[in-house]
Design a protein around this ligand. Sequence first.
Ligand code: 5GP
Ligand code: MG
Length: 193
Amino acid sequence: MPEESGSQHRPELRVLVSEADIRQHVARLAEAVARDHPPGEPLCVVAVMKGALVFLADLVRHLPVPLEIELVNVRSYCGVRRRRRVEILDDVAVLPLRGRHVLLVDCVLDSGRTLAALRREMAAHATASLKTCVLLSKARRRKRALRPDYVGVEIPDVFVVGYGLDYRDRWRHLPYVAALPPTWASEQEPHDR
Ligand code: 5GP
Ligand code: MG
């Protein structure tokens, strides 16, 4: 594992999805998206920040279609806890969505609230099509009836970091997806609040 500067205690991270597995999932997802996409039409890829940062960069480099990238900043979590409300920090109304084929991209789908909130806002903008693509899915936790069009891999109901995903802005840079020990997370939280 990469060395880290700073003296913060580092818990044992358990690799859930390796770099090699991620590469395969991304290639397969890109292939499926490209297969369904109307030839010649531009694709508008809208990525949920910051979690989808690394996934976006890999996915678009595998997509053999003309595309544009838009970013939406969203806050869904505080540490390992879900916020009461999903906060969409950017104005979705200014995105050039009208008449466009849109692919909404996030790294992980958990309760479904984040993508459901974004879809709801985007649906008002008369897109030509609106599909969703996630690398990781925790299906057991789904509260919204949101079925993503493209899913990389199902993972258990654990808090994960790496490949763009953070715990309080740490570990986004890890090239794999790893689980935080649940006991460690709950020990940290009371002091962090
Ligand atoms: P949902 O709204 O579907 O419950 O959660 C999706 C959002 O919550 C993602 O955009 C991501 O930012 C965050 N999230 C969900 N599960 C995890 C996780 O295990 N680790 C991290 N770091 N973020 C998560
Ligand atoms: Mg986060």
